[in-house]
Design a protein around this ligand. Structure first.
Ligand SMILES: [Zn+2]
Length: 141
């Protein structure tokens, strides 16, 4: 009885240590659409660790251990694939979210078409120029 309590305490300590360490790894976006998958991934890792420990202390036969481990690894691969599939979509979303900001800047420049016009002869150019391409006078105002 005392021994099993000691073993349980040891398991608890190991799981706690590993779990806390995994939690220390910062997640880029806590409220991301992959959050539940990350959670699932962590859970599978934890199950794998539990399984390995149970096997090591002799609670599981080798075949049981190998079979369950394979099941968990397959599920892990599936979850990782799902996370991978979701992450490019996130990148596109953030690009789309940023787009209106730069579009606003472009519109702001577009509202002042005279910015690239020569104050002397009125010739307009696609970009800001130091000297007018038409009359050769300084365009910077
Ligand atoms: Zn000019």
């Amino acid at each position: 009885m005392t021994l099993s309590i000691a073993v349980l305490l040891a398991i608890g300590t190991i799981i706690f240590t590993l779990f806390v360490r995994a939690k220390d790894v910062p997640e880029p976006a806590p409220a991301s659409p992959t959050a539940h998958l990350e959670e699932r991934k962590a859970q599978i890792y934890e199950n794998l660790r539990d399984l390995q420990f149970e096997f090591r202390v002799g609670k599981l036969s080798d075949s049981d251990y190998q079979k369950t481990k394979l099941d968990l690894q397959r599920e892990l691969a599936r979850v990782l694939a799902e996370i991978d599939a979701l992450q490019p979509a996130q990148a596109v979303q953030s690009k789309v979210a940023k787009a209106p900001v730069s579009a606003g800047h472009v519109a702001g420049n577009g509202a002042k078409p005279d910015a690239h016009a020569c104050p002397h002869c009125g010739a307009t150019f696609a970009q800001t120029m130091k000297f007018c391409g038409e009359c050769g006078k300084v365009m910077a105002s």
